[in-house]
Design a protein around this ligand. Structure first.
Ligand SMILES: Cc1cc2nc3c(=O)[nH]c(=O)nc-3n(C[C@H](O)[C@H](O)[C@H](O)COP(=O)(O)OP(=O)(O)OC[C@H]3O[C@@H](n4cnc5c(N)ncnc54)[C@H](O)[C@@H]3O)c2cc1C
Length: 1131
C-alpha cells in the first residue's frame, strides 16, 4: 500500500489545530487557548472522561487527578489573565483545623485569631456573603469543614470548588468561562452564596465570584428600547437588596426597586434569573417583570446586551428562566419607583398565647383563610410557621396609612377574637417603605444545614381548599414522629400589579396567593443513608402533601425541591419547551450547569454527590426518569441531543454527504459540455447524416476540452477564493453557519446548472461557466476547510491526525459513490437528473449540518482571528502562517524560523510531482490499453473506495501504532535522569502547597497532568516523509505496466492523497485532447481543491512537530515538551 493517501490525511489533519497552536504561540497572553477543546459537547466532548455507574455510561466534566484536568501552567496562565485574582479555594472553617486536605494536597491552616472570627460569624449572612465561595446553607457543601473546638478534626473541601476567580472586571468573568469551556471544567458562578439548593457550589469546580460587581447607576429617564421611559437603575451583578434600597432611599425623591424581602440576597444573580419576589411584588410584579436590560457574557464567551431589541430571546430567558442557565450576568437595568409612605403590622401566636394545639392551628387556619383578601387589597405578608410558633412579620401596606391597613386586616383580627384565639398585633405608620423595610424585616441566619422545598397556592386553592392546605401544613411541620419541619410563607400576587407576564416565569404566578417554603433540618454529620431518607421525606411526604392540597399551583426554582418529579412543569409550566430550546441555543456545550434548570435532564451528579456527568446511553439516561416524553421538541438542537451520535461520527457523515452532493455532477458535467458543444457545432454546420454518434467528432471533442479546461481554471480560481471566504465566514459567523453556506449555495449552483442543461447550446455553456462564480461563496473547497475546523475544535489533539484521516476517507467514499451513481443516474434517467439529485442532496446536507453539527461561537475558535485583524487582513489571515516566525527554543535561543515556508514549498512540489498521476494514468490506460469510459469510471471509483477504506479503517491504527513505536523509541534514547528532570514537579507534601487561605495562587504548585497533546506526533511527520517517497515510486511503477490489470493494481495501491480526477470522458475524447489542453485541465483539476489548505496544514503540522522534537532534544531540557514561545513572550 502506498503512503500518499496517508500523507493527505496527515496534511488534512493538522491545519486548524496546528494553525491555532502557532497563533497561540505568537500571543504570550493567551497560552490557555492552546487547549483546543472549545467545543466540548455534553455527550461527546474531547477531554471528557467516561465512567460507567449503575449500568449507565457517563461523560464527565474534568476533575483533579484526571488527565484532562488543566496543568499547573494553564492555571498559572489563567491567573495572569485574571490579573492575579485566581485563588485556591479553602473553606473558611479550615482556620479552626490543623490541616486542610484538598484535591491539590494538604496544607497547614490553623489560625487561632481567624478561627475565632469564623466561629463568631458562622451564622452571619453578611460575613458568609463576603467569603470567596462559601454557601449560606451548608448542606450542599457536604459540610466537611465547619468551625470546631478540636483542631485535630478533619477538614476537607467537600463539594466546594477547587479554584475561585475573584472577578472584578468583565474580562475576568470571560476568562473564567473560556477556561472552563476549553478544559471541560465544572463552572460555578457565585454571587452571594444564598442559593438554598446548592447551585452556587459544585464539587471540583472553577468558581467565578461576581460579588465585586457593585456598580450602581441611576437613570432619570430610561432611553433604551421598549415603551418604558421612566426612571431606572443599572445594578452590578454583586449588588445586594439592602444596598440598592439604601442608595435609592438616599436619592431625592427616594426610589425603590422590586427586591427580595431578604436584605442580603443579590439582585442580578440567581434572584432575577429565578423570577424574584419581594414586598413590592403584589404592586409591581416579580422582579423579573421589571427588568429593562441585561449585560451578560454567554457560555461561548461573548459579551452581549439583552433587551427588547438586542437578543430578545436571551432577554426573556434571563428573566426567570433559571439561574446559571443562559449566560453570566454582569449587570441588570430595572425600573425604579418612587418610594411612598407605608404601613406595617406584625402578628404573633405562640406558646406565650396558647399551648392548645387546636387553638393554635385554628389561628393559623383563620389567617390563611384571609390570605386572598390580603393580596387582593394590595398587601404583601411574610410569615413563619414552626410548631406552636406563628409569626406574621410584617404585613406590608405600601402606599397605605396605618388606618387603611387596619381596615384591611380588621376582619381577620375580629375572627380570631371571635374564635377565642389569643394573639399579639402591632401596627405602625412609616414615612417610606424603606423605613418599614429596615424596621420590620429581619436579618436571616447562615450556616444551617437544611433541605428546602416549597409550593405556591393560588386563589382557587385558598378559596376552595383552605382546610386541605392547613392539613398539608401540619404534615410539613410533623412529617414523621422523629422529624419536624418548618415553613416560611409569602402572601403576594404578581398578577395584581402586573397581570400580563413579560418574563419566563410560570404563568401560574399571575394568580398566586401564598408561596410556601418548606424546610427540613439535616443534622450535621448525617450519614449518606440518613440524607437519602430525609430527602425522601421532604420530596415524598412534606412537599407531596403541599402539592396535593393545590389544584394548579406551581413552585419557585430558587426555593423548592430540585429533586421533585416534573420540576420542569412545576417551575415553568408552558414556558418550559421554549426555555429548553433557548438553553441549547445559548449554552449548547453545557458550560453552565445548575440542577433542575432548563435542558439539564441528562445531567446528573453521581458518585455520592461529587462528579457532574451526563448520561451517554440514551436508553438509560437519567433524563428518562423525569417523564419528559410529553414535552414536544422545539429545537433542532434537541434533535441533535436525541440522536446521541458521537460528534466525530456526525462530522464524518457530514463530510460524506456533502462530498456525495458535489460528486453527483462530476461525471455528467463532462457529457453536458460535450452535448452542448455538439449543439453549437451543428448550429453552424450542416446536419449530420452519417452512421453512429453524430457528436463523435474531433472538433466537438476539442471544443469540449476547451470548455472543460476553462471550467477547471475558473474552478481553481474561484475555489481558492472560496477557501478564504469560507475561512472568513467560519471566524465571523461560526463554523456551523459557514458550513451551511457551503452546502446551501452549491444547491443554487446546481439548480442554475439544470437551467443550463435545459437551455443547451451556447446559452447552456455560458450558464454553466457563469455558475462557477457562485463557487466563490460556497464551493467544494470551503466545506472541507470548515468541516476540518469543526473537527479541529471538537477532537482532542492526540486524535486529530486519525480523525482528519477518516474525514478524508469519508470524502473519498462520497466521491466514489457520487461518481459512480452520478454517471449511472445520468445514463438511466437522462443528463438532467444527476443535477436535480445533487440539488436535493445539497438541501438534505444543509439540514443535516444544521441539526447535527455542534454550535461553536465564532470568537471562541482557537484559530479565530485576532482582534487586530480586520477587513482584508482578517480575510487573508491564514496566510500569516507563511510569515517567518521568531521562536524561542527550549534552549532559550531565539531564532527566525523559515520552516513553514520551506515545508509549504516542499509539499507543493510533492503535489506537483504526483498529484496529477491518477489523471495521467487514466490517459495512459486509455491510450495504451484502450480503457473505455466504463473502465476508467471503475478505475477511479475503485481508487476512491480503496482510499476511503484505508483512511477510515487502517490509517487511524497506523498512526496510533506508529506513535507508540515512536514514543517507545524516544524513551529508550532518553536517560532516566534527564526524564526525571523534565517532569513537572507535583506537590504532594503539605509544606509544598504554599497557598494560605485566601491567598492568590500565582505560585501555587499543583498536581499537574502531563501534557499529552504532542505525545508521539513526531511520527506523523515521519510518516509524511515516507509517504512522499513511496508515492513517487508507485507512480513510477505505472510506467512498467504491460497489462490492463497492472494499471488497476497500481492505481488501487497508489492511495494518492489527492482528490481523484473525474472519470474519463471517453476514449475518443481523450484522443482528441491536445496535450496543451491536458496541461490546462491539469491546472484546473490536478492540484486538487484541497491543495491550499493542505499545504498550510502540512506546513503547520511539520513546523509544530519539528519544533517539538527540537525542543525535546535540545541541550537544556525543560519541564514541558512545548516550550516554544514567541520572542515577545520571552521578553
Ligand atoms: C436567607 C434567604 C432569603 C431569601 N429571600 C428571597 C426573597 O425574598 N425573594 C426571592 O425571590 N428569593 C429569596 N431567596 C432565594 C434567592 O433568590 C436565591 O437563593 C437566589 O438564587 C440567590 O441568588 P444570589 O445570586 O444572591 O446567590 P448565589 O447563591 O450566589 O447564586 C444563586 C444561583 O445564581 C447563579 N448566579 C449567581 N450570580 C450569577 C450571575 N451573575 N450570572 C448568572 N448566574 C448567577 C449561581 O450560579 C447560582 O446558580 C432567599 C434565599 C435565602 C437564603
Amino acid at each position: 500500500m502506498a503512503f500518499s493517501l496517508v500523507r493527505l490525511a496527515c496534511v488534512v489533519s493538522i491545519l486548524p489545530a496546528a494553525l491555532a497552536q502557532i497563533t497561540v504561540r505568537s500571543q504570550a497572553e493567551d497560552v490557555s487557548a492552546s487547549v483546543n477543546v472549545d467545543a466540548l459537547d455534553f455527550s461527546d466532548a474531547a477531554g471528557v472522561s467516561t465512567v460507567i455507574s449503575k449500568g449507565i455510561n457517563y461523560g464527565c466534566k474534568c476533575y483533579p487527578g484526571e488527565s484532562c484536568w488543566p496543568s499547573a501552567s494553564k492555571w498559572k496562565s489563567l491567573n495572569a489573565t485574571v490579573d492575579g485574582r485566581l485563588q485556591v479555594h479553602i473553606p473558611p472553617g479550615a482556620a479552626c483545623h490543623n490541616t486542610f486536605t484538598g484535591p491539590l494536597g494538604t496544607v497547614n491552616t490553623y489560625d487561632a485569631a481567624k478561627c475565632a472570627e469564623v466561629t463568631q460569624n458562622w451564622e452571619s449572612e453578611s460575613w458568609t456573603v463576603s467569603q470567596p465561595a462559601a454557601a449560606l446553607w451548608t448542606y450542599f457543601t457536604n459540610d466537611t469543614c465547619r468551625p470546631t473546638q478540636n483542631p485535630a478534626d478533619s477538614c476537607t473541601l467537600g463539594y466546594y470548588g477547587v479554584y475561585v476567580i475573584m472577578a472584578t472586571k468583565p474580562q475576568h468573568v470571560k476568562a473564567g468561562i473560556d477556561f472552563a469551556r476549553r478544559n471541560n471544567l465544572r463552572l460555578i458562578v457565585r454571587n452571594t452564596g444564598h442559593d438554598f439548593i446548592g447551585r452556587s457550589v459544585g464539587y471540583g469546580s472553577l468558581v467565578i465570584n461576581t460579588h465585586s460587581f457593585q456598580k450602581i447607576e441611576w437613570i432619570d429617564s430610561y432611553r433604551g428600547p421598549g415603551s418604558y421611559k421612566g426612571s431606572a437603575v443599572t445594578i452590578g451583578a454583586g449588588v445586594q437588596g439592602l444596598t440598592i434600597l439604601s442608595q435609592g432611599h438616599a436619592r431625592n425623591p427616594p426610589l425603590v426597586v422590586v427586591t427580595g424581602e431578604c436584605p442580603t440576597v443579590g439582585i442580578a444573580g440567581g434572584f432575577i434569573q429565578g423570577g424574584g419576589h419581594g414586598p413590592w411584588t403584589t404592586l409591581k410584579g416579580l422582579s423579573a417583570d421589571n427588568v429593562l436590560a441585561f449585560e451578560a457574557i454567554t457560555a461561548s464567551g461573548q459579551y452581549v446586551t439583552a433587551n427588547e431589541r438586542q437578543n430578545p430571546d436571551l432577554f426573556w430567558a434571563l428573566k426567570g428562566g433559571g439561574p446559571a442557565s443562559f449566560a453570566v450576568i454582569l449587570s441588570v437595568t430595572m425600573k425604579t419607583f418612587p418610594d411612598v409612605p407605608s404601613a406595617g403590622a406584625t402578628l404573633y401566636i405562640n406558646t406565650t398565647h396558647t399551648t392548645d394545639s387546636n387553638v393554635w392551628w385554628n389561628g393559623t387556619e383563620t389567617f390563611h383563610k384571609w390570605s386572598n383578601h390580603f393580596v387582593d387589597n394590595g398587601l404583601y405578608v411574610y410569615f413563619e410557621l414552626l410548631p406552636f410558633t406563628f409569626r406574621a412579620r410584617p404585613f406590608v401596606g405600601i402606599g397605605k396609612t396605618k388606618a387603611e391597613l387596619q381596615t384591611v386586616v380588621q376582619p381577620f383580627l375580629d375572627e380570631l377574637t371571635a374564635k377565642g384565639v389569643p394573639f399579639d398585633f402591632t401596627i405602625k405608620d412609616f414615612p417610606t417603605f424603606y423605613d418599614l423595610y429596615v424596621d420590620l424585616f429581619e436579618a436571616e441566619a447562615a450556616g444551617s444545614s437544611a433541605l428546602t422545598g416549597g409550593w405556591m397556592f393560588n386563589h382557587q386553592d385558598v378559596a376552595t381548599n383552605n382546610d386541605g392546605i392547613i392539613e398539608a401544613f401540619k404534615t410539613v411541620l410533623a412529617p414523621r414522629p422523629d422529624a419536624f419541619g418548618f415553613m416560611i410563607g409569602h402572601l403576594f400576587n404578581p398578577g395584581y400589579g402586573a397581570p400580563a407576564s413579560n418574563s419566563a416565569t410560570h404563568p401560574a404566578w399571575r394568580n398566586a396567593t401564598d408561596f410556601i417554603i418548606s424546610a427540613l433540618v439535616v443534622p450535621v454529620g448525617s450519614s449518606l443513608a440518613q440524607k437519602v431518607d430525609l430527602q425522601n421525606l421532604l420530596t415524598n411526604t412534606m412537599d407531596e402533601a403541599l402539592r396535593k392540597a393545590s389544584t394548579s399551583g406551581c413552585t419557585y426554582v430558587n426555593e423548592a425541591d430540585p429533586y421533585q418529579k416534573d420540576w420542569q412543569s412545576h417551575f415553568w409550566g408552558s414556558e418550559y419547551p421554549k426555555l429548553r430550546a433557548l438553553r441549547y441555543k445559548w449554552d449548547p456545550l453545557g458550560v453552565l450547569y445548575a440542577i433542575s434548570t432548563p435542558g439539564t435532564e441528562k445531567w446528573e451528579v453521581i458518585e455520592d454527590g461529587t462528579r457532574l456527568q451526563t448520561g451517554l446511553s440514551p436508553a438509560q439516561g437519567p433524563g428518562q426518569e423525569h417523564g419528559f416524553a410529553s414535552w414536544s421538541p422545539q429545537s433542532t438542537a434537541w434533535l441533535k441531543h436525541t440522536l446521541k451520535v458521537h460528534v466525530e461520527k456526525r462530522i464524518l457523515l457530514a463530510n460524506f454527504l456533502i462530498t456525495l452532493s458535489f460528486s453527483f455532477t462530476q461525471v455528467p458535467i463532462f457529457y453536458v459540455f460535450h452535448l452542448m458543444e455538439c449543439d453549437v457545432f451543428y448550429s453552424n454546420h450542416p446536419p449530420y447524416e452519417g452512421l453512429g454518434d453524430r457528436c463523435s467528432r474531433n472538433e466537438i471533442a476539442a471544443g469540449t476540452a476547451t470548455q472543460f479546461s476553462i471550467l477547471g481554471m475558473s474552478t481553481t480560481f474561484c475555489g481558492t477564493i472560496n477557501l478564504f471566504v469560507a475561512g472568513w465566514m467560519a471566524k465571523r459567523f461560526g463554523p456551523r453557519a459557514a458550513l451551511m453556506v457551503q452546502t446551501s449555495v452549491p444547491a443554487i449552483r446546481v439548480a442554475t446548472q439544470v437551467l443550463g442543461v435545459v437551455a443547451g447550446g451556447q446559452a447552456g455553456i455560458i450558464i454553466f461557466q457563469c455558475t462557477q462564480l457562485i463557487t466563490v461563496i460556497g464551493g467544494p473547497v470551503g466545506y472541507i476547510l470548515v468541516a476540518n475546523v469543526i473537527a479541529g475544535e471538537v477532537v482532542e489533539p492526540l486524535r486529530r491526525t486519525a480523525v482528519f484521516g477518516m474525514l478524508q476517507g469519508c470524502i473519498m467514499l462520497g466521491q466514489g459513490i457520487g461518481y459512480l451513481s452520478g454517471g449511472m443516474i445520468g445514463d438511466a434517467w437522462g443528463i438532467r437528473r444527476p443535477f436535480e439529485v445533487a440539488f436535493y442532496s445539497f438541501l438534505v446536507s444543509t439540514l443535516y449540518v444544521r441539526v447535527s453539527m455542534p454550535y461553536i461561537a465564532a470568537d471562541s475558535l482557537s484559530s479565530g482571528s485576532k482582534p487586530h485583524s480586520k477587513g482584508l487582513a482578517e480575510f487573508f489571515s491564514p496566510l500569516r502562517v507563511l510569515v517567518p516566525q521568531r521562536v524561542m527554543l527550549g534552549s532559550g535561543v531565539v531564532q527566525k524560523h523559515y520552516g513553514v515556508l520551506f515545508l509549504c514549498a516542499g509539499v507543493f512540489l510533492g503535489v506537483l510531482a504526483t498529484g496529477y498521476a491518477p489523471l495521467l494514468i487514466q490517459m495512459y490506460a486509455t491510450a495504451v490499453f484502450e480503457f473505455q469510459q466504463g473502465d476508467n469510471g471503475w478505475l477511479m471509483s475503485g481508487f476512491a473506495f480503496m482510499r476511503a477504506v484505508f483512511l477510515i479503517f487502517l490509517f487511524p491504527r497506523i498512526i496510533n501504532t506508529g506513535r507508540r513505536w515512536y514514543l517507545a523509541r524516544g524513551q529508550q534514547e532518553t536517560s532516566p535522569g534527564a526524564e526525571t528532570q523534565s517532569r513537572c514537579h507535583l506537590a504532594m507534601n503539605p509544606e509544598e502547597l504554599e497557598a494560605p487561605i485566601g491567598s492568590f495562587a500565582e505560585e501555587e504548585p499543583v498536581a499537574s497532568a502531563e501534557v499529552k497533546e504532542d505525545e508521539g506526533t513526531a511520527f506523523d511527520l515521519f510518516f509524511l516523509r515516507i509517504s512522499l517517497v513511496v508515492d513517487g515510486i508507485l507512480t513510477m511503477c505505472a510506467d512498467f505496466a504491460t497489462e490492463g490489470w497492472h494499471i488497476y493494481f497500481d492505481v488501487f495501491s497508489l492511495k494518492q492523497s489527492r482528490r481523484p480526477q473525474r472519470s474519463d470522458a471517453g476514449r475518443e475524447h481523450r484522443q482528441a485532447v491536445d496535450p496543451g489542453l491536458i496541461r490546462l485541465c491539469f491546472c484546473g483539476f490536478g492540484p486538487d481543491w484541497q491543495a491550499p489548505s493542505d499545504l498550510l496544514r502540512q506546513c503547520a503540522l511539520s513546523w509544530v512537530t519539528l519544533r517539538t522534537r527540537e525542543t525535546k532534544t535540545g541541550t537544556e531540557k525543560t519541564a514541558k515538551t512545548r516550550t516554544i514561545r514567541m520572542l515577545s513572550e520571552a521578553k
